[in-house]
Design a protein around this ligand. Structure first.
Ligand code: MN
Length: 242
């Protein structure tokens, strides 16, 4: 595949990821997903500031990791919270895609002292630990938006080497190898959160052991696991399944 073809393929997956995340109610009017450029690791692609469910190929633009557009967009730049994405790509060379959302499934864990943990095998996607970042700790009263690189880098620091960080009274950020993996992680972390709440309403949940998390993740997040999930999620969202 030529570099240009590889880039177009990546951008097509990014458009689909936007639409799938909207269809699966991970993102709503707000929230966003990005990819690191497959051509230049110092840049990333994200839609300008529209709801993910409306994103098409023409809405995607390229940014430097510090959040500046690579070229003049001729319109309002992307989401002010695009710095979340840049700061994570800056800190985590292993990360190829990032999603920030305010899913109602995860929010109870972002505004309480209950720790999100895997309660079933597909919940392994959240990993061993889910840190909770509070903008109040370093920045005091703000609009709650992560809208400058200082805040973005602080949040990226809280994420550390993990897959998911919760943002107190705000939402969550997921970081993965590529955009198809991040979509799968977003869907099953939300499902795990719903199941954990149901289990807690019934009694004391039983959680995956660290060894089970590793072994389950090796299967679910494998290329075979992603190849099973992605076409199904495309079809559910009314998209072509490639
Ligand atoms: Mn937000």
């Amino acid at each position: 595949m030529t570099q240009a073809a590889e880039l177009e393929r990546a951008l097509d997956l990014l458009v689909k990821a936007n639409r799938i995340l909207a269809h699966e109610q991970i993102v709503d009017d707000f929230g966003h997903v990005s990819i690191r450029s497959p051509v230049d690791p110092g840049r990333f692609f994200i839609s300008w500031a529209i709801s993910p469910g409306r994103v098409t190929r023409q809405d995607i633009f390229e940014y430097r990791l510090t959040g500046e557009p690579v070229s003049d967009l001729g319109r309002r730049p992307s989401y002010s919270e695009r710095v979340i994405h840049g700061a994570i790509y800056e800190q985590r060379p292993d990360v190829g895609a990032v999603c920030h959302h305010h899913s109602g499934a995860l929010l109870p864990f972002a505004c309480s002292d209950t720790v999100l943990r895997p309660v079933y095998h597909l919940g392994c996607v959240i990993g061993h630990e889910v840190p909770l970042w509070d903008s109040q700790d370093r920045f005091g009263d703000t609009s709650m938006l992560v809208d400058d690189m200082d805040k973005g880098r602080d949040l990226a620091g809280a994420l550390g080497a993990n897959a998911l960080v919760l943002m107190r009274r705000h939402g969550a950020v997921l970081a993965g190898r590529d955009v198809r993996q991040v979509v799968l992680m977003a869907i099953y972390s939300a499902e795990n959160a719903r199941l954990q709440m149901q289990a807690m309403a019934m009694g004391t949940p039983s959680y995956l052991t660290p060894g089970e998390i590793d072994r389950a993740a090796a299967v679910i997040l494998s290329p075979a696991g992603i190849d099973r999930s992605w076409p199904n999620r495309c079809a559910r969202a009314g998209l072509s399944t490639d």
